[in-house]
Structure formats: C-alpha cells, structure tokens
Design a protein around this ligand. Sequence first.
Ligand code: SAM
Length: 214
Amino acid sequence: MMELFTPGLEAYAERFTSSETSILKEIASFTQAHTSRPHMMSGHLQGVFLSMISRMIKPKYVLEIGTFTGYSAICLATGLQPGGYLITIDRDERLHTQCKAFFQQAGLAEVIRPITGDALYILQDLDQTFDLVFIDADKENYITYYETILPRVATGGWILADNVLFHGEVLQPIAKQSKPAQAIQAFNQHIAADNRVEHLLLTIRDGLMLIRKK
Ligand SMILES: C[S@@+](CC[C@H](N)C(=O)[O-])C[C@H]1O[C@@H](n2cnc3c(N)ncnc32)[C@H](O)[C@@H]1O
C-alpha cells in the first residue's frame, strides 16, 4: 500500500476539523472492535465532509450503496429536508441489525431506511429520483451502479464515489494493480469520458469522486 499523504497530514487535518459526535465515536469504536476491515468506515475527516456536503445540497432523497456500520449514512442524513429520507443498501444482514440500533440512538430511525440485499438487484426496483447518491460498495460493480442510478439522479443532482485512489494503487502500472484497483481505474476513466456529468476527484482520505449530473 502506497503512502498517499505526508505523514501526519491527515492527523493535522483532523485536529482542525469539527469533532465527531458521540454516536459517531461509538460507531467508530464498535467498528474497530467488531469488524475485520475497520478501514472501510468513512471516519472522522470524510464524515465531516459528507455531513457538510449534505448540508450544502439539502437533499430530499439520498441513496447510499454500502452501509457497513452506518457511519456515513448518519453523516449523509445531516442535511436532509423535512419529509426526506435516506435509503442505504447492504447485503450484510448482521451489520444492518446493528446499524438499526445506531440509527435509533442517533434519532434518525425515521429517516434512514436500510434495505438488506444485493445492491445490483435492489437498485433496479428503486423509483425515487435522488438528489445525492454515495457509491461505496464492491469496486467491481461501480460502473454498473453508476449507470443504473444515473437516470434516477435529478438534473443538477450529485453522486459521490469513494476509494477512487484505491490506496494509491491507481498510480501503479495497470499490470501491477489488484482487481479492485483496476475496476476503480476503469470507473475513473468511464466518468472522465462521460459528457453527461461534471466531475472532481478530491484527494480526501482514499479519494472521493464528486460528480454532478448536467
Ligand atoms: C466500504 S464499506 C461501506 C462503508 C460505509 N459507507 C462508510 O463509509 O462507513 C462497503 C460495504 O458494501 C457492502 N457491499 C459490498 N458489495 C455489496 C453488494 N453487491 N450489495 C450490497 N452491499 C454490498 C459490504 O457488505 C460493506 O459493508
């Protein structure tokens, strides 16, 4: 894994970023203690970014693909309009049971709607128009998720895709990249060639692609 940032830079950025709420701290501790891949969680810096993006956009309907322990869902729900809601999909039933308790504790059980199952199938049944979508599940399906959901994104609406630097592997020659890194590379190229959208690759944490539908 490549060192993407000057050592200490992220810690410095966290020091000068609003602190985590108590529920997010609790989710972070749970994730460290009870999951095998805690690095999958958005975490402090990216979480505050997602909260601020949500507050700026003030979405009515948000979709998240990849709930994990619920950290990013709580952040993305921050700016929801009254009457709005966030759908979050994960295929891990055990995680969703735990998340529901966290959403309850955060006072968000009414507005965060977890759907358990394979996102590839669930996406096909959604008929809302989303103002904000967060793609954060299996990298091999990013292009499929994007193409399936883009028609369901409002004009002027937003998509965020996580891990678009894939621990710096995208900087390696393609033959040296892992399968998920190659999938991310293909996704980045797909977005770059898509004139239906404007896009910005943000070097926050593991890379976030911010996409606006024209
Ligand atoms: C990177 S984690 C999500 C992290 C979370 N969004 C956050 O920022 O804290 C990816 C999640 O996607 C889920 N996932 C992977 N492939 C999936 C699929 N095809 N359908 C539904 N969920 C999937 C995994 O179970 C895992 O919990």
